[in-house]
Design a protein around this ligand. Structure first.
Ligand SMILES: Nc1ncnc2c1ncn2[C@@H]1O[C@H](COP(=O)(O)OP(=O)(O)OP(=O)(O)O)[C@@H](O)[C@H]1O
Ligand SMILES: [Mg+2]
Length: 398
């Protein structure tokens, strides 16, 4: 089939041609912004899930939904090396630019700019995206305490009041929340609490790895009641097929039941794997309907691509000792494994290998679903590790 018209979209945050199996999460967001706009109580949504499961594309979908409802939006991705306060200053700058374009009451917008300037100055931040070129003096006494929770809360309340007056709303979407850092996160959660009490149409929603719920609760103990935490898993049942058949069908191409069944087996419902396999199958098939022989012909190349672009770069980020730890995990099975068992496989005491475990946690390659357990953040990582020839991680057990 012509690669030029290949509809599939393997990537990071690349919107899929057909967003399969996430109707409930889209509906939840529709209800969330509807309630916020009506001044009803809300629990902002937070998505949690493994790598490549489709969290970012859902956040982007939510963003479009909010914009379609006339809301202003900003999207940031927390990173261990960035200061979230700085990123929030950029996000607020984005919101204000949209507000100055859309809002009728420009006096209100001017006041917001002054408050935002206070926030930015108190945060010691400089706006790096688009530049804060408001050329206004800060508003004394609002959002200028230097404490993130207070300042962000005050700023968001002002934003919410302005949005409310215009019959609109504002949402900041924060991706990779687990990387925000506990102190900043605590400020954000506290600010969310504040705006929630005011019942204003201003929201912070987010997404992160499976640990995000615990990280939020560690930041503020009431976080689990404040947010509506939803886990995003592999696509189930018919949704896996629809992710493949809908884009093909739109181009007049069909797949046989046996081809679909093989693709289900290969991808295990994981959206990134679905897109990758489907892309290679499309390129190698000659005619519609695509059959299982086309899947068989394409799958070695899809697997190779996954190894090179998805698994190997993560494996390469680990030190030799961390790799040994991962191999020991993989030898114990595909799901959660006990860190004591991992240590036993390596032939050490758990305390002797905690450095490796912590290193992998910090690199985001594994997470601790519960105390004493570890699991990979990347689906199918254990199978990848087991497929490596042993010499790749060395026989050295020092
Ligand atoms: N519901 C879906 N239906 C079809 N394809 C999807 C769906 N969700 C995501 N995808 C595809 O899966 C891939 C991964 O999506 P995305 O980058 O949003 O995952 P993620 O959970 O944010 O991953 P990471 O944790 O690595 O950031 C993309 O290629 C995207 O097009
Ligand atoms: Mg993502």
């Amino acid at each position: 089939m012509d690669p030029v018209s290949n509809p599939y979209s393997p990537g990071a945050g690349t919107p899929p041609p057909y967003l399969a199996g996430r109707d409930d999460l889209q509906e939840a967001f529709r209800i969330l912004i509807g309630r916020a706009a009506a001044g009803n109580s809300v629990q902002p949504l937070v998505l949690s899930g493994l790598r490549g499961v489709g969290k970012t594309v859902l956040l982007l979908r939510w963003r479009s939904m909010a914009e379609e409802s006339g809301w202003v939006t900003a999207h940031i991705e927390a990173r261990p090396e960035s200061d979230l306060r700085q990123q929030l200053a950029d996000a607020v700058n984005d919101l204000l630019r949209q507000m100055s374009r859309k809002y009728r009451n420009q006096d209100r917008v001017d006041r917001l700019k002054r408050v935002a300037t206070s926030f930015v100055r108190a945060a010691g931040a400089t706006v790096s995206r688009g530049g804060l070129t408001f050329n206004v003096e800060p508003e004394p006494g609002v959002a200028d305490s230097g404490e993130l929770e207070t300042d962000l809360g005050e700023l968001l309340v002002e934003l919410g009041r302005a949005a409310n007056e215009e019959g609109s709303g504002a949402v900041i979407l924060i991706d990779e929340l687990q990387d925000a850092g506990p102190e900043r996160l605590s400020g954000v959660v506290g600010a969310c609490h504040r705006i929630n009490q005011e019942r204003l149409p201003v929201l912070i929603v987010g997404a992160g790895l499976p640990t995000v719920g615990r990280i939020l609760s560690d930041a503020k103990s009431y976080a689990e009641r404040l947010f509506d935490l939803r886990s995003v898993g592999p696509l189930e049942g018919h949704a896996q097929d629809l992710a493949i058949t809908e884009p093909a069908g739109a181009l007049g191409v069909e797949l046989s039941e046996s081809a679909l069944s093989e693709l289900r087996e290969l991808a295990g419902g994981y959206p990134f794997f679905i897109q990758t396999h489907a892309k290679f199958v499309w390129d190698s098939a000659v005619d519609s309907p695509i059959g299982d022989e086309d899947v068989d012909a394409a799958s070695p190349r899809a697997d190779e691509q996954l190894r090179r672009s998805f698994f190997a770069p993560r494996y390469d980020r680990a030190t030799p000792a961390e790799r040994r730890y991962m191999h020991a995990m993989a030898s114990l099975g595909d799901g959660h494994v006990s860190s004591a068992d991992v240590a036993a496989v390596i032939g050490r005491r758990p305390s002797d290998v905690s450095v490796q475990r912590d290193g992998l946690l910090n690199k985001g390659l594994v997470y601790a679903p519960e105390r004493g357990l570890v699991a990979f953040t990347v689906p199918h990582m254990a199978a990848f590790l087991r497929s490596l020839p042993t010499h790749e991680f060395g026989a050295d057990r020092s």
